[in-house]
Design a protein around this ligand. Structure first.
Ligand code: HEM
Ligand SMILES: *[C@@H]1O[C@H](CO)[C@@H](O)[C@H](O)[C@H]1NC(C)=O
Ligand SMILES: *[C@@H]1O[C@H](CO)[C@@H](O)[C@H](O)[C@H]1NC(C)=O
Ligand SMILES: *[C@@H]1O[C@H](CO)[C@@H](O)[C@H](O)[C@H]1NC(C)=O
Ligand SMILES: *[C@@H]1O[C@H](CO)[C@@H](O)[C@H](O)[C@H]1NC(C)=O
Ligand SMILES: *[C@@H]1O[C@H](CO)[C@@H](O)[C@H](O)[C@H]1NC(C)=O
Ligand SMILES: *[C@@H]1O[C@H](CO)[C@@H](O)[C@H](O)[C@H]1NC(C)=O
Ligand SMILES: *[C@@H]1O[C@H](CO)[C@@H](O)[C@H](O)[C@H]1NC(C)=O
Length: 347
């Protein structure tokens, strides 16, 4: 009976079905955090922290911060110092050692890492959780839900990496060189930044040179100003408002009174708006470009790291399976217990 059940599970999850063979601890843990978002098996913590998408899990809602956007920015800052030619940096959680650097201003990094910390274990690294958080935040802040492919197996750095995350003051050539070092050309850099800057805010609190004190109100004590008019929707609007000059007009890094800190304007105009015009084509096109750019960002890892295959949700997943031997008045029995998670079809 037992062997029949295990045989059946192995058959259903064999490579022919493009999923992994259970059990595999790395996949099991990440797959659980990725898939069990509706509460089964205590899996909803990530989703709950960013529902609604404007929610701020680390403090008062009046601060004008949002956790989903912080997670995405944290991943970017971890990634941005990758050197693909040298095989160093990228998604390795080195950001945890770098939060006191001027290029990492803001509460986003410690807020995010302190939320992720309890989920780190021998199978799932902090760097994997940073990657997972991007997949979940973009998924939760979109409808229909966007699915970015997720791999596991990242290894956490034991010290800080190189400097070089672009700042609002950074000149365009230095910014493009930094992206190029991380494997992203000019078009990729523009796309990745527009994809990131469809969620969230620039805050007076961390960036007073970009956003003035007038942004601070009793409901928005950090003085956050949105990049686009739909701060909590992963959509093409940031591109459209930039090009049309309406709504948030691309956000504070385009419109700031201080020309020096208009980093998004310099980046977007660096190819005469050609990439931005391409992205504005449609929501579907924007999303597919962002999915591909985000997947590349998340898969940028030190050359010593071997990433797993993309994690495909299991159709059937054993959960907390135990096999016990018990004795009662009728003799010894084996008790096979636990759950089989059966997934509804995802689209
Ligand atoms: C030239 C490149 C970039 C520069 C100079 C830049 C700069 C900034 C600055 C100054 C903020 C405001 C942070 C705050 O006030 O809390 C910000 C926010 C943000 N950035 Fe970027 N960024 C760049 C590229 C990117 C990229 C490539 C992504 C994602 C892939 C990204 C994702 C975000 C997100 C999601 C926020 C909102 C954070 C929040 O609301 O807490 N950024 N960025
Ligand atoms: C599986 O076990 C863990 C750890 O004891 C527990 O937190 C979780 O709720 C269990 N899952 C189910 C579906 O009962
Ligand atoms: C949040 O901050 C506001 C002031 O901005 C204060 O009135 C309120 O009590 C705070 N709420 C909590 C839960 O701390
Ligand atoms: C990875 O990068 C390091 C540091 O640049 C280099 O010494 C090493 O040879 C590289 N290893 C591989 C497998 O490319
Ligand atoms: C983030 O937390 C670390 C560890 O507690 C601390 O050393 C660092 O100063 C904090 N960074 C910021 C910007 O608060
Ligand atoms: C600020 O709070 C007031 C009172 O709760 C509310 O009516 C208003 O809509 C809020 N404004 C913003 C921008 O959230
Ligand atoms: C790019 O678009 C912005 C926003 O519409 C506009 O202000 C700017 O003049 C354009 N620049 C170029 C070089 O096309
Ligand atoms: C503009 O921003 C730069 C860089 O942060 C700063 O040095 C300069 O003082 C600012 N200029 C004004 C007029 O605020």
């Amino acid at each position: 009976m037992i062997s029949l059940l295990i045989f059946t599970l192995t058959l259903l999850t064999s490579p022919g079905y493009s999923t992994y063979v259970w059990p595999n601890h790395l996949y099991d843990e990440l797959e659980h955090l990725l898939v069990d978002q509706e509460g089964f098996n205590n899996g909803a913590d990530f989703k709950r922290a960013i529902t609604p998408c404007t929610y701020y899990v680390n403090g008062n809602q009046t601060l004008g911060r949002m956790t989903a956007a912080q997670w995405l920015r944290t991943a970017f800052h971890d990634f941005a110092t990758a050197d693909v030619a040298a095989g160093t940096g990228g998604m390795d959680a080195s950001i945890g050692w770098e939060t006191d650097r001027p290029e990492n201003v803001g509460s986003a990094f410690n807020d995010s890492l302190s939320f992720f910390a309890p989920f780190v274990n021998q199978h799932v690294s902090m760097a994997d959780l940073i990657a997972l958080s991007v997949v979940i935040s973009v998924g939760v802040c979109s409808s229909p839900n966007i699915h970015i492919p997720l791999r596991g197996g990242r290894v956490d750095a034991s010290e800080g990496g190189t400097f070089g995350v672009p700042e609002p003051e950074t000149d365009i050539q230095t910014t493009l060189n930094q992206f190029a070092q991380a494997g992203f050309n000019q078009q990729d850099a523009i796309g990745l930044t527009a994809c990131g800057h469809t969620l969230g805010n620039v805050h007076h609190a961390g960036f007073p040179q970009v956003v003035g004190p007038e942004a601070v109100t009793p409901n928005n004590t950090g003085g956050g100003v949105h990049f686009d008019s739909t701060v909590d929707v992963f959509d093409v609007l940031v591109v459209n408002e930039y090009l049309a000059g309406n709504g948030q007009r691309g956000g504070p890094l385009v419109t700031s009174d201080n020309v020096t800190v208009r980093s998004d304007l310099r980046l977007y105009t660096s190819d005469n708006n050609i990439t931005m015009e391409g992205l504005s084509d449609s929501q579907e096109h924007f999303v597919s470009e962002c999915v591909s750019l985000f997947a590349r960002m998340l898969d940028t890892v030190p050359n010593s790291t071997t990433l797993s295959d993309v994690i495909i949700p299991l159709e059937l997943k054993p959960v907390n399976i135990t096999l016990d031997f018990v004795e009662d008045e009728t003799g010894f029995h084996t008790v096979f217990a636990g759950y089989i998670r059966v997934s509804a079809h995802r689209c």
